[in-house]
Ligand binder design. Structure first.
Ligand code: M6R
Length: 609
């Protein structure tokens, strides 16, 4: 949520700032700004409402050769998206960019009003004024001014600060909002997400909460807010350029949907043994004895990560019946007084590894002495660093705001974790083997379904762009799957799409069925098939407009559209059905002409509560 960049070195700072902001635009895109300083500290401040392209237009008329600067792309929290609310914010000689929320900004603002004339409605300008109140005429070191100010602040922040007195240093700090320092040759780069650094350096230092650093082109000096020195750990950035570019695709969303066979292969690499019918996850770091002791799982996530947790729960319950599982929404769970038995393990699910609510749950659960295992994608992210153990899903950068490839791999990674527990508990290999075999087959099946279905789904999607309302329906494992399908359509195509368990229809939602709605129904072969068909008929009898996705060859209900999936898989068919719903959401949105990668009001990584 919001993106920060910074540069100090020998090259053109404005160039890096703009290209960095472009890479981070998916984190927030309602306004953006940069400030650069020339050798005398003379600032050039450029800010624009809307996309980075608007900022670029301003930059074209204000090109400088400055070698230091900071920039920001915003997802508005305090104050509407506008130029005056865009970062960097100025107070006296200092400029500040900020991710996060200053919770006590109102009281601070009251005190600072006497010395600073506020121009914006933001909490960030309050922090700028606060730092400036300590910095004053510049006799007090900038680092000390920043530290003094941060000690008075309640809330979360990742910040970068420059002063017109100091055209060779940037002060950065973090608490609850990520900040990465890129170590280059005669240059130091700052970003809130390592993807902005790709192609510039492979070496990165991830700042921890409560740390502050002074960076120059050749020096990085990190301390805690209490002035204790910190020895920096330099880590390697593994991402390459092609992973963060669209390549042959028009949109990141389509690229990320289509790359699921490869991204899932990365999730499975070295973890699945079809010959023995077993899986092996090194990351959780639990001994067989510890795995045997597990009686409860709590799965925590938000949005798509939550849905992945729900679907994994349905699967794990099938083969590890002596474990109770609760899958919870992080934003609720963090405030519940839930008792977690000691023989529990918590799975913390997050693509970005930075989601504020999920992180808060992780910290709360750890405090109760419960083991936490991360199911995370972003390497080096806060959640990945704070969990006791974890399994990276390794799907590579997910840039489109709508999560797709992460979902598939999160489900499979969690099922593999469940299988690991079941293996340790001595569940009969004959029960577990079909899961392992199907997991191994999934990448190929995903590839086939995507290739065969892409064009037909595009055609079907075009017929449904007229609907503003949709009901998504499924039973059993198809129920969490339709929750995910509905979220996708809702967030990118702005369709009021809601998911219901098929069996719940008669308890209320059935009264909604009319010509304003279409219904997406997942109809799985198996034990509940006949019941699902009856439910579908009930909708048809009331004039429903059904798109049925099914793996039943002889399915012959008069749905408006029927998408038949041919597959040998029996267990993980919902994952294939979800691909159809991902493609459907993508094509509906493209046909409507909306920005499919950056839906309105949203941002990729939700680092505020
Ligand atoms: O990075 P996380 O997995 O923690 O993000 C959780 C949700 O914010 C995320 O899945 C969100 O719901 C997506 N936009 C859904 O497509």
């Amino acid at each position: 949520m919001c993106g920060i960049v910074g540069y100090v070195g020998n090259k053109n700072a404005q160039d890096f700032l703009i290209s960095g902001l472009r890479r981070l635009e998916y984190r927030g895109y309602d306004s953006a700004g940069i400030v650069s300083l020339d050798g005398n500290g003379e600032p050039t401040l450029l800010r624009a409402k809307g996309k980075i392209s608007n900022l670029e237009e301003k930059l074209a008329k204000n090109k400088r050769e400055d070698k230091i600067g900071i920039g920001h792309t915003r997802w508005a929290t305090h104050g509407e998206p506008s130029e005056v609310n865009a970062h960097p914010h100025r107070a006296g000689k200092i400029f500040l960019v900020h991710n996060g929320i200053i919770e006590n900004y109102k009281e601070l603002k009251e005190q600072l009003k006497k010395s600073h004339e506020f121009k914006s409605e933001t909490d960030t300008e309050v922090l700028a004024a606060l730092i400036n109140s300590f910095y004053g005429d510049g006799k007090y070191p900038l680092l000390n001014a920043v530290v003094q100010a941060l000690k008075l602040v309640k809330g979360t922040y990742g910040i970068a600060v420059v002063s017109t007195d100091l055209p060779d240093e940037i002060v950065v700090a973090r608490s609850g909002s990520p900040l990465v320092i890129g170590v280059g040759n005669d240059e130091t780069l700052i970003a809130s997400d390592a993807s902005a650094l790709v192609g510039h350096t492979k070496k990165a230092i991830y700042l921890n909460d409560g740390e502050v650093a002074v960076v120059t082109k050749n020096n990085i000096n990190i301390k805690t807010l209490n002035a204790e020195p910190v020895s920096a750990k330099v880590e390697e950035i593994e991402t390459n350029l092609s992973a963060i570019q669209k390549g042959e695709y028009e949109h990141f969303l389509l690229k990320e949907i289509m790359e699921q066979p490869e991204s899932l292969i990365e999730t499975l690499r070295g973890r699945v043994n079809v010959e023995t019918g077993t899986v092996r996850l090194g990351g959780p770091g639990l001994t067989n004895e510890e795995l045997r002791q597990i009686k409860h799982l709590v799965i925590v996530g938000c949005g798509t990560a939550y849905h992945a947790g729900l679907l994994a729960m349905y699967y794990i319950e099938q083969f590890a019946p002596e474990i109770s599982i609760e899958t919870v929404i992080a934003s609720e769970y963090r405030y519940r007084q839930a008792y977690i038995p000691k023989d529990s393990v918590a799975l913390i699910v997050s693509q970005s590894g930075e989601t504020a609510d999920t992180l808060a749950c992780l910290r709360g659960i750890k405090k109760q002495g419960i083991k936490t295992i991360g199911i995370v994608n972003a390497i080096g992210s806060t959640i990945a660093r704070e969990v006791d153990g974890g399994t990276y899903v390794h799907v590579g950068p997910e840039i489109s705001v709508a999560s797709t490839k992460a979902f598939t791999s999160q489900v499979v990674a969690m099922v593999m974790f469940g299988l690991t527990i079941a293996q340790a508990k001595g569940v009969k290999p004959g029960i577990l083997r079909p899961y392992v075999e199907e997991i191994a087959k999934l990448p190929e099946e995903i590839s086939r379904v995507l290739t065969e279905m892409k064009e037909p789904i595009k055609e079907i999607a075009n017929k449904y762009i007229k609907y503003d309302h949709a009901i998504y329906l499924g039973r059993d494992v198809a129920y969490p799957t339709v929750m995910e399908g509905a979220l996708k359509l809702k967030e990118v195509a702005y369709v009021d799409a809601n998911a219901y368990a098929f069996g719940e229809l008669k308890h209320g939602p059935l009264s909604l069925i009319d010509d304003r709605f279409f219904e997406m129904a997942l109809i799985l072969d198996g034990e509940l098939y006949d019941k699902t068909v009856s439910n579908t008929q009930e909708v048809l009898a009331r004039g429903g407009h059904i798109v049925a996705i099914t793996n039943v060859a002889g399915f012959d209900l008069p749905a408006e559209d029927v998408v038949k999936i041919t597959t040998d898989l029996k267990i993980f068919v919902p994952i294939l059905m979800n691909l159809i719903m991902q493609l459907f959401a993508y094509y509906v949105t493209v046909a409507k002409g909306y920005n499919v990668d950056q839906p309105r009001n949203l941002a990729k990584s939700v680092t505020v509560e």
